[in-house]
Design a protein around this ligand. Structure first.
Ligand SMILES: Nc1ncnc2c1ncn2[C@@H]1O[C@H](COP(=O)(O)OP(=O)(O)O)[C@@H](O)[C@H]1O
Ligand SMILES: [Mg+2]
Length: 165
């Protein structure tokens, strides 16, 4: 069945972790230098699972886990460097100034942020925003929202490569 969508929004249901990872891998394959992917959703909703897929799509070999004790993990060795951030423990915008988000974005890598809603005020307006929702043991809602021309293109390419033209 064709997913509900318009130019900027793609509303999906994932039926298992492998499917979520596959969608992440598609995004990883399509990613360009400087791309910003923001992930929102409660614990266990599939954010890290999706990032593992992005890593696979970028041909990164090492394991990807949530950066629990540091703010960001850098994964090199793939087509592009993956900067994996987790804002779970961030409490104030002031703390975020130390992240160096702009440096990551300017460095030509791909920046993926879990719990991005916690640092909304310091994020660039243009981004791919993905909201995960727990719907059942292995069922997750995945809503992708493109903000800005680059991400509308990315979303179009994702739809084409995932569901056909
Ligand atoms: N459809 C699904 N998509 C993603 N993860 C799923 C799905 N079904 C079950 N899971 C499981 O849910 C958990 C998601 O954990 P994780 O990706 O670490 O979530 P988060 O980073 O949002 O806290 C994993 O154990 C994964 O195997
Ligand atoms: Mg996580």
């Amino acid at each position: 069945m064709a997913p509900i969508s318009n130019e900027r929004i793609l509303d999906l249901i994932s039926h298992n972790a492998a499917q979520t990872q596959r969608w992440g891998a598609r995004i990883g394959e399509l990613a360009q230098p400087g791309d910003l992917i923001c992930l929102e959703g409660e614990l266990g909703s599939g954010k890290t699972c999706f990032v593992q897929g992005i890593g696979r799509g970028l041909q990164i070999i090492e394991d990807i886990n949530s950066p629990t004790f540091i703010l960001a993990n850098e994964h090199r060795g793939g087509r592009l460097t993956l900067y994996h951030l987790d804002a779970y423990r961030i409490r104030s915008a002031r703390e975020v100034l130390g992240i160096g988000l702009d440096d990551y974005l300017d460095s030509g890598g791909v920046c993926v942020i879990e719990w991005a809603e916690k640092i909304l005020e310091v994020l660039p307006a243009d981004r791919l925003w993905i909201t995960f929702r727990y719907l059942g043991e292995s069922k997750r809602g995945v809503v992708m929202q493109a903000q800005g021309a680059r991400y509308e293109q990315l979303l179009r390419d994702f739809k084409t490569s995932t569901f056909g033209g």
